[in-house]
Every structure is written in C-alpha cells, then in structure tokens.
Design a binder for this molecule. Structure first.
Ligand code: BDR
Ligand code: CA
Length: 308
C-alpha cells in the first residue's frame, strides 16, 4: 500500500481526488489536510468533511491548515468553484469534526514517526507544505515524494501562472528548492484529464452517493469551465496526482529543471520549466507530460464503485 497525505482546498477536483484515494485499496490515505485556496480555509475544511461524510470515509482524520499565504494577500477562485469552494451538489452539514491538531503539525508528526514511506500529495497552494519544511527541516529526508498539482509551461490564472502556484509562490519556491523528489502535475498534463460526456455518463450510472455526488460536481464544473475558460469539458486537475500515486504508468514524465518566479511583474508565480535544458542545471522535477486518458478514468470509476 502506498501511504499518502492529501493536502487540499476542495474544490471540485480536490473532492474527486479524495474519493479516488479513499476508494482505491492500494492507497492508504493517512490524512487529509486543508489550506486556503479555492476558498477560505474554513470553507475548504468544511468541504473536506462533507466529502468524507457523503462517501462514508470515517477513519481518515481531517486537519485544518493555513488560512493565509506566507507573504501575499489571499486570493480565491469563486468564479470556478463558487462561493462555498464546492458549489453545485447540495450536501448536509457534516456531523464529523475536524481534528484539534493543526495541519502543519500533523504533517510534521506523521513524517517524523514514519519510515520515510509517506508521499505528500498537495493539490492546493503549497503553504502548509512549505511551513512544515521551515518549521521542521528534519522532515525533508522523510518525505518519500511530493506529487503535486500545480504549474505547467503556461498559466490559467495569469498568462504565466497556474492558480495553486500563483496563490502562494513563495511557498512554492520553498518546496521546489527543498531537494525532495517532486513530480509535478502541471496544466500540460491536467488539461488532458477531461471529464468528457462519455465519462460523465459512466459516472452517472454509478448507483451510490459518491457517484451521484461526483456527477453533480461535474455538472457545475462543466458550466464554470465553459463560462470562464471556454472549455467544452472540465479538466479534473487534482485527480491526476492521486492517479499517479496509484499507478505511475498513467502518465509519461520528463526530468527537468523547474524554478519558481517570485519577482516578475508579469510572471509572478510562473513555474519556469527548462524544457530545452538551456540552464545546464540539475533537473529537480519529474514533469508530467502525457496522460493515459482511458486508464485514468477507469481508475476513477473503479474507485467510485468501491463506495457503498
Ligand atoms: C488548480 O486550481 C484549483 O482551482 C483546482 O482545484 C486545482 O488544484 C488548477 O489550477
Ligand atoms: Ca485544488
């Protein structure tokens, strides 16, 4: 079993990422930590609890994390995810509670207690991960791998920057320069993870609350992705990171040098990917390039069928 901690800001695609992890037997979901991103951290935390409740995930702790980026002012993505951060499906208020431990403390504790066999899966801004690295550098050699969603060779929030990196580029800089093995699911890859009509139909036929929930998520996500970006089908970015943890052969990657821009007037939050190898610097990131779309959606539908 591969042990992972999902650090997230649910978020339509974050929610599906949680379900893929919890519904796949080869994954041990050690915890779900939340961060401000698509919405304020109070909202993303409530959404994470709601996801657990609807799917009957009772044994995975949920910890609230940082509510503000390290340096910048907070920015959210209500255009894409609605005011709640997860608009669309109408879910009951969660009865489950968040744990008392802070997300950053949880990440540090679990890593220090581990045998170096935990993978971090950040699918929101990187604030919690960077804070944990700064607070307790002894965690660095304990992290097996970081499989993050963020960045790419183009942007979706500015022409140069992807949302997760843009929201806390200083945090991203800490993480990308940490020396920990990183696999990056950037927009080049995640824009291939499209929930086509055929996919949506398959999910609509899954007869359990998790399947119904994802169907409703996709209806809302399709609408905003069409309105805001003109996409015919919504890309479920964050799910790619979990899919890679289950079976790395679902994506093709290239080892490249990636640095984070934190000073550019037009390029703040850009992941500068040295595709041509012009810097001659040591590659630090496994950059995901190509997705096996059929294999990917088979994983997701299998996981959703797993819930009762
Ligand atoms: C990323 O931004 C968020 O809105 C999504 O959940 C995903 O993590 C895509 O740029
Ligand atoms: Ca996210």
């Amino acid at each position: 079993k591969r042990k992972i901690i999902i650090d997230c800001d649910p978020g339509h695609d974050d929610a599906i990422a949680i379900l893929l992890a919890a519904g796949t037997p080869q994954i041990e979901l050690v915890g779900i930590t939340t961060v401000a991103g698509n919405a304020e951290v109070e909202k993303t935390t409530r959404n994470a609890l709601k996801v657990c409740e609807i799917a009957g995930i009772h044994d995975v702790p949920v910890m609230k994390g940082c509510g503000q980026p390290m340096v910048r002012k907070r920015e959210t993505a209500a255009d894409i995810h609605g005011d709640s951060g997860m608009d669309g499906p109408v879910l009951p208020e969660p009865t489950r509670q968040v744990e008392n431990e802070h997300a950053v403390d949880f990440i540090i504790r679990k890593l220090l207690e581990s045998d170096g066999d935990i993978t971090l899966v950040p699918v929101g801004p990187l604030t919690n991960i960077a804070m944990a690295m700064r607070r307790e550098p002894a965690i660095l050699p304990k992290i097996q791998e970081i499989v993050l969603m963020g960045g790419g060779t183009f942007g979706n929030w500015t022409p140069a920057a992807e949302f997760n990196i843009f929201v806390d580029a200083e945090a991203a800089k800490v993480v990308f320069e940490s020396g920990v093995p990183i696999t990056m699911m950037g927009l080049d890859l995640t824009h291939q993870a499209l929930a086509t009509y055929e996919v949506a139909d398959r999910i609509a036929q899954i007869d359990n609350p998790a399947g119904k929930f994802v169907s409703e998520l996709l209806v809302f996500f399709r609408k905003t992705y069409l309105e805001v970006f003109g996409f015919e089908h919504p890309p479920v970015h964050d799910v790619c990171s979990v899919a890679y943890c289950i079976d790395p052969s679902v994506v093709e990657t290239r080892k490249l040098r990636v640095d984070i821009e934190t000073r550019g007037e037009l390029t703040y939050g850009m992941t500068v990917v040295d595709v041509g190898g012009v810097t001659g610097r040591e590659p630090n990131v496994n950059v995901a390039m190509k997705l096996d779309h059929a294999k990917f959606w088979n994983m997701v539908t299998a996981a959703l069928q797993h819930f009762s």
